[in-house]
Ligand binder design. Sequence first.
Ligand code: 8Z2
Length: 291
Amino acid sequence: MRIGIVTSGLGIARQCLRKNTSVYRTCRRQVTGSGSPLDLNVDSKTGIAVLSMNKPPVNSLNLEFLTELNIALEKVENDKQCKGLIITSSIPKIFSAGLDITEMYQPDIDRLEEFWRTLQDMWIKLYGMNCVTIAAINGHSPAGGCLMSMSCDYRIMAPNYTIGLNETQLGIVAPFWFADVMLNTVGFRQTEMALQLGTLFKTEEALNIGLIDKVVPQEEVLSAAQQEMQRWFKIPGFARQLSKTELRRPTIEKLLKKKEEDIGYFRDYITKDAIQKSLGMYLESLKNRRK
Ligand SMILES: CCCCCCCCC/C=C/C(=O)SCCNC(=O)CCNC(=O)[C@H](O)C(C)(C)COP(=O)(O)OP(=O)(O)OC[C@H]1O[C@@H](n2cnc3c(N)ncnc32)[C@H](O)[C@@H]1OP(=O)(O)O
């Protein structure tokens, strides 16, 4: 497993005490190992963890990447110093291209089921995180990228990108729990149109329908997220957490009750000839775009 705590908090704290410069005073802890597709940095002074996705070329969510995301989310949730989590990307112009389509095209069935279970687990964790979560969307964020963004408490996005659940454009259907999260975010009317049309909203459009909460220039996305976090930190943690749990629990429980059924449904649906044909054509069209 590539994620591992590489520096102990105590060691870094000692360094912080020794080197009382502005850089060291932040007591930053790099929690991920080198070569990991995730950079997780915990700032013990502010209580903010920054999780940056770094899986070229497009941060697509395959089984291994989802597994690492799950481990990182668990680390953050178990770290008593973390009060907030910012999710962002280290890949220029792309937050995440969503699910790795190659996981769904001509799949190995055991792996396909594991892939879906790992995605379910990632979403259940992220949507139900106790700490404050902010998506710093510094690039395109289609489908699974949009799901991750919507699962955070707040979304800040840079201009001139796109975000949305575009599944129908691939000839596939967003699962009920993707739809539920969108419904909870932008309401029924916007969801029924967006899901049928597979709309990818430009940043400004996404702001207008409430799919994102704020637009700031590209270079300010991360600092704006850090700043926004302070507003959330001012609220007594327990009251804020309980309010979130009360609102999100029914949506999470709906999937928890049907997890295995959902995996079977996904497997049977994705392996249909017509769906495989659509996915193959979509993959081909992605490759041909650059020609
Ligand atoms: C009923 C219910 C039951 C359940 C029914 C099933 C439910 C499934 C739910 C699905 C959820 C999803 O997330 S489906 C995924 C949806 N995602 C998308 O549609 C995004 C597609 N990608 C893009 O639009 C673009 O790549 C974008 C992200 C904007 C970046 O554009 P760029 O020009 O920078 O880069 P590109 O040249 O396009 O891409 C670089 C390379 O990455 C590859 N690539 C791009 N996106 C990829 C992806 N998602 N998966 C794999 N590979 C991808 C391209 O093919 C290229 O490969 P090379 O040519 O080899 O270099």
